[in-house]
Design a protein around this ligand. Structure first.
Ligand code: UDX
Length: 427
């Protein structure tokens, strides 16, 4: 099928590359000329495992990048909208980028002679596709949705680091539409995928995305809440999780207790839905609690360090890990950031290290912290170390360069070590 994808950001580029890999002809549209040139040269403007390989293989053949949105929409049958939906200062989802895109797509649809399907992939609050995107498309095209063109909401469930794999082997594809022709067109795109396709309406599809992320974050906050109680009772939370997850109704995934969740999706989406619910006059108590537990974990970590040393004032504290999870350089809403903030509030001398995220951290973190070149440099003469990201390499580090190897482990990496003074965060 001939497909255009608007936005060569994370979701757009993975979607475009994945669809090309599955045999479709894809045009990916972006306003940044440098990005477009890179993609056409088979290079990835962002790091994601396996992405560059797919770009190299498909660029110039089934995958082309362009700045010409209008021509791309006219030349294709389906357009995926993959623009960002950032949070505004109140936590609400900023819909301006998607509204601008819908306006332009609508204007192009006015010139189009044949049926076209617009697929919203960006994460948007429930009812946005029907109440905001569709009216803008209709107004600017002078056409009727459901008759002259189709509108579909199909959320993404890509995890950073394994997004290509997630795209090519999804657990399910959700197709939220209102008419048969639109369902059929998008189902045709996913014909080569080995997974269930779930038909629903657009606002249910939008809610499925939020509910999925919130459910996963809830599992993590749940096990952290249980873990905080376990710690006080001298019970190993990981053993509790193991026993718990033997119940088939529970599943072992996302039950790793520790410092909690961060990243570009969970925090933004969870706050976005809370904001929407409150706007509608509903207080989502469970979800509020999920956020509160997550905000507490970095405080608990610093408190444990303070208890160990008596005071953190003037103490050298090594923070190992800045990325929100391993195998990425992404520090957006990383739980390491509040740990650093609280350590600074305690007047500790903070030294940080991360195998991949140092450059991003230097651009973002202001304050009296030192950026070490290696983990060993961060640990040298440190009074205490905090493990904040689950990088595999931290498991086998040499901690003997510290004054005393006191480690507060927020990611369950070091409990096997006999040569350190160990403190698990909530186990
Ligand atoms: C997430 C969703 O998994 C994905 O489906 C969605 O589309 C985007 O958001 P991602 O942000 O890449 O993906 O990260 P994920 O691997 O889900 O981890 C999120 C956070 O939870 C990380 O900070 C991670 O460290 C933390 N986490 C995860 C835990 O603390 N414990 C766990 O058991 C699992």
């Amino acid at each position: 099928m001939e497909i255009s994808v608007i936005g060569a950001g994370y979701v757009g580029l993975i979607t475009a590359a994945g669809l090309a890999e599955k045999g479709h002809n894809v045009l990916v549209i972006d306003i940044q000329k440098e990005k477009v040139d890179m993609i056409n040269a088979g290079k990835s403007p962002l790091y994601e495992e396996g992405l560059e390989e797919i770009l190299r293989k498909n660029s110039g053949k089934r995958l082309k990048a362009t700045t010409d949105g209008e021509k791309s929409i006219l030349d294709t049958d389906v357009t995926f909208i993959c623009v960002q939906t950032p949070a505004d200062f109140e936590g609400a989802v900023d819909l301006r980028p998607i509204k601008r895109v819908a306006e332009n797509v609508g204007k192009t649809l006015k010139k189009k002679k044949t049926y076209h399907v617009v697929v919203v992939k960006s994460t948007v609050p429930p009812s946005t596709t029907e109440k905001t995107v569709t009216p803008i498309l209709e107004e600017n095209s002078g056409k009727k949705a459901g008759r002259d063109f189709g509108v579909v909401m199909s959320p993404e469930f890509l995890r950073e680091g394994i997004a290509i794999k997630d795209f090519l082997n999804p657990d399910r594809v959700i197709i939220g539409a209102t008419e048969e022709k639109a369902y059929k067109t998008v189902e045709e795109i996913y014909r080569g995928f080995n997974c269930p396709i779930y038909r629903t309406d657009p606002r249910t599809a939008e809610m499925i995305k939020y509910a999925s992320n919130i459910f996963l974050a809830t599992k993590i906050s749940f096990i952290n809440d249980i873990g905080n109680i376990c710690k006080k009772l001298d019970i190993d939370t990981y053993k509790v999780a193991e026993g718990l997850s033997m119940d088939k109704r529970i599943s072992p995934h996302f039950l790793n207790a520790g410092l909690g969740w961060g990243g570009s999706c969970f925090p933004k989406d969870i706050r976005g839905l809370v904001h929407k619910a409150k706007e509608l006059g509903y207080e989502p108590k469970l979800v509020d609690g999920v956020i509160k537990i997550n905000e507490e974990q970095p405080k608990i970590m610093v408190r444990l360090g303070k208890k160990r040393l008596g005071t953190l004032e003037g103490k050298k504290a090594a923070v190992l890990g800045l990325a929100f999870k391993p195998n990425t350089d992404d520090i957006r809403d990383s739980q390491a950031l509040p740990v650093i903030e609280y350590l600074l509030k305690e007047d500790a001398c903070v030294v940080v290290y991360d195998p991949k995220a140092m450059e991003n951290a230097k651009k973002t973190i202001n304050g009296r912290i030192t950026f070490a070149k290696t983990a060993q440099e961060a640990l040298k003469d440190a009074d205490i170390a905090f493990i904040t990201t689950a990088w595999e390499e931290f498991r086998e580090l040499d901690y003997s360069g510290m004054k005393k190897p006191i480690i507060v482990d927020g990611r369950n990496l070091l409990r096997h070590r006999k040569d350190i003074i160990y403190e698990g965060l909530c186990w």
